[in-house]
Design a protein around this ligand. Structure first.
Ligand code: NI
Ligand code: MN
Length: 227
C-alpha cells in the first residue's frame, strides 16, 4: 500500500487499486501550493471531523470524481444536504467493509463543528484493515486511553498516522505514547507546521520517537511511503 502525504492532515492511500483520500485540505494550505489540486482523483474521501482544515476541499473533489464520502452520520448528512450523491455514515465503534478494505470509526478527544456552525457529531479517527496492510489514522485528538483498544480489537497495525503539532492536538511527545498504546513501530506525523502555533522542530520530534525504538516519518508534501 502506498500513502502520499498531501499536507496538513491530508493524505491519499492507494489500497487494492482504490484511491482513498483523507481529510482534504489542499487549496487553502500554502505549504501545499505545489500540489495540483485539479488532478486529484479519489474513489473515496474519509473525513474524521467537521473542522475546515479537514473538510474544506471534500465537496469539490467528491463532485468531480463521484467519490464516496465516509464520515460520521452528522457530517455525511450535512454534505448530502449540499448535494453529495454518495455518502456512508458511521458512528463510533462501527465498521463497514468497502471494496478496498474495512473501515472502523473510533474515538478521538477533540471537538467538531461544521464550517457553517452545524453540529458535526463527535470527532473520530479511522482504523483501516485490508489485505495490503493495516493502519490507524487518529484524526485530531489528544492522546487517550481508548487507543489501547485498537490492538485488542483490530489486526496488528503496520502504521499509525498521528497528529504531532501540539496546540490543537497532541504534540509529538504524547504521540509517541499513543504509538506505544497502539503497539505500532512506524508513525507518520501529520497536523504540524501548517499554522504558526503548530510549527515543530522536526529533528527533536524524530529523536523523541527513536529514543523509544519507534520511527517517525515526516515525508515532504507530495512524497509517498509504502507499508
Ligand atoms: Ni480539528
Ligand atoms: Mn485540525
Amino acid at each position: 500500500m502506498e500513502i502520499t502525504y498531501l499536507g496538513h492532515a491530508c493524505f491519499m492511500a492507494n489500497i487494492n487499486g482504490k484511491k482513498v483520500l483523507f481529510d482534504p485540505f489542499i487549496r487553502y494550505n500554502q505549504l501545499a501550493a505545489h500540489i495540483d489540486f485539479n488532478s486529484i482523483v479519489a474513489d473515496y474521501i474519509l473525513i474524521t471531523h467537521g473542522h475546515q482544515d479537514h473538510i474544506a476541499d471534500a465537496m469539490e473533489i467528491a463532485n468531480r470524481n463521484d467519490a464516496m464520502v465516509v464520515s460520521n452520520y452528522e457530517i455525511v448528512s450535512w454534505l448530502q444536504g449540499q448535494g453529495l450523491k454518495n455518502g456512508h455514515g458511521l458512528n463510533h465503534g462501527g465498521s463497514w467493509t468497502f471494496d478496498f478494505g474495512k473501515v472502523k470509526y473510533v474515538n478521538a478527544v477533540h471537538s467538531s463543528v461544521l464550517p457553517d456552525g452545524t453540529y458535526g457529531g463527535n470527532p473520530g479517527g479511522f482504523v483501516i484493515e485490508s489485505n495490503e496492510g493495516n493502519f490507524y489514522y487518529a484524526g485530531d485528538t489528544a492522546v487517550h486511553m481508548d487507543m489501547q483498544l485498537i490492538p485488542m480489537l483490530s489486526k496488528p497495525m503496520d502504521l499509525a498516522i498521528l497528529p504531532i503539532g501540539d496546540n490543537f492536538t497532541m504534540g509529538y511527545e504524547d504521540a509517541s505514547v499513543a504509538a506505544e498504546m497502539v503497539k505500532v513501530k512506524k508513525v507518520m506525523g501529520v497536523h504540524y507546521d501548517t499554522f504558526p502555533p503548530i510549527k515543530i522542530d522536526h529533528e527533536a520530534a524524530k529523536a523523541c520517537f527513536s529514543a523509544k525504538g519507534l520511527e517517525l516519518l515526516l515525508p515532504p508534501i507530495g512524497e509517498s511511503l509504502s507499508i
